[in-house]
Design a protein around this ligand. Structure first.
Ligand code: SF4
Length: 398
């Protein structure tokens, strides 16, 4: 059988991350150019890289969406015309927009498909119908909407619906946060969010003892256990947050959710023995404690990550396999240094990770070395079942 599943949409914070996400099973990726998005601190794509990313993704059957989801002041329109015409020319599959003026401008000047960003906080059927009339073909709902209500919006407004399935959360209604404006002088709604909600604040009140707390810092979203609900509601696309996260994150999250959706396509359920492994893999990426936030019921105080300031980090990327030479060696691009005697893990495109020992490291001249340096290309022991572009990682806490 081939049961229907939603699209898996992964973040592409850079060209490297785009390739990793697509190789590990994402059906579509979203990325930002140098302007007009909400992640001004991310690496972001040059126009040439957007073209290369589109060609790479399309070559693997994946789609590319470009974010233009800043809230525009008049001067922010400078350069928009040239940029959207370029996106149309290079075959970008859709743009993700928040501002009604920008939606109108793109509709009038290009044939680009327009998705409404979560920043526009669409939460109900009437709003969805209104955006549809403006030319929007898909709505990324506000994160405050439950899956059940999202299914109703899809049915009654008759429009494609995208929802977040994994990643960091805002404590504020998306598109309505000004904490960074006041704490850092940076405009959250034009790409300047400084994650001020993650800071420690002092709570004081007339009838309480003053205390320091991370009371506005949300846990991270994890929707692996409610994939069936997304499918039952007919949600078209499942989005992973995290353009500013590592390429190990892009690969791991794409791998886990695509494996789960592949399983469903074949079996029509998620009753897989691999569910525990998928959850364990999600715990291996850097994250805060997980929550299902508002996917089933509206989020409450239990979704606040008040105990710790820092994210949980168990594994770090060590490199990527460039080539696997059967029975001889893996040719590896090193991201972080490792030594002879270390134990690494390799992440195949499908199935469990494989641990192995670094019995030797050779440089490209074939000389034995004791330590690999970041940015270098080295040979390490061959591991059966490993392909080019597989990621390597190392445990960083015991
Ligand atoms: S400060 Fe926090 S709540 Fe506000 S936009 Fe940034 S991440 Fe979201």
């Amino acid at each position: 059988m081939n049961y229907w599943t939603p699209e898996l949409l992964a973040p592409a914070g850079s060209l490297d991350k785009l390739k990793v996400a697509v190789n590990y099973g994402a059906n579509a990726v979203y990325l930002g150019g140098q302007k007009f998005g909400l992640r001004s601190a991310a690496e972001n794509f040059t126009v040439e890289q957007i073209k290369e990313g589109v060609e790479y993704a399309h070559g693997k059957g994946a789609l590319v969406y470009v974010v233009l989801n800043s809230f525009f002041h008049d001067k922010d329109f400078d350069g928009l015309h040239e940029f959207i015409v370029y996106l149309d020319e290079v075959g970008v599959d859709a743009v993700i927009v928040s501002d009604p003026g920008v939606i109108e401008y793109i509709s009038q000047n290009t044939k680009l498909e327009i998705h409404l960003s979560t920043q526009a906080s669409c939460l109900n059927v009437e709003a969805a119908k209104m955006w549809k009339k403006l030319g929007v073909t898909r709505i990324v709902l506000g994160r405050e909407v439950t899956i059940k209500d999202a299914g109703k919006i899809k049915k009654e407004a008759d429009i494609e619906i995208e929802m977040f399935v994994h990643g960091s959360m805002c404590m504020a209604f998306s598109g309505n946060c000004v904490i960074s404006n006041y704490t850092q002088g940076r405009d959250s709604n034009r790409g300047g969010c400084a994650h001020s909600c993650r800071f420690e604040y002092k709570l004081e009140g007339a009838d309480m003892e003053a205390k320091n707390s991370f009371f506005m810092s949300s846990k991270d979203l994890e929707g692996i256990r409610v994939l069936q609900e997304f499918i039952d509601a007919g949600i078209d696309s499942l989005k992973v947050e995290g353009r500013m996260k590592s390429y190990l994150y892009a690969g791991t999250i794409s791998k886990v959710y695509s494996e789960a959706l592949d399983y469903y396509r074949e079996h029509g359920n998620f009753l897989s023995d691999d569910l525990g492994r998928w959850e364990a893999e999600l715990n291996k990426v850097t994250h805060r404690a997980y929550t299902e936030a508002s996917l089933i019921n509206p989020a409450g105080a239990d979704t606040i990550y008040s105990d710790r300031e820092h994210e949980i980090k168990e594994y770090a990327a060590t490199g990527a396999v460039l080539e696997a030479v059967e029975g001889k060696f893996l040719l590896v691009e090193v991201k972080s240094a490792f030594n002879v005697g270390d134990q690494l893990e390799v992440l195949p495109f499908k199935g469990p990770s494989v641990s192995f020992n670094i019995d030797f490291i050779k440089n490209v001249l074939g000389e034995n070395i004791e330590r690999s340096n970041p940015g270098s290309i080295v040979k390490i022991p061959f591991v059966p079942g490993i392909d080019g572009n597989n990621l390597l990682r190392r445990k960083v806490i015991q």
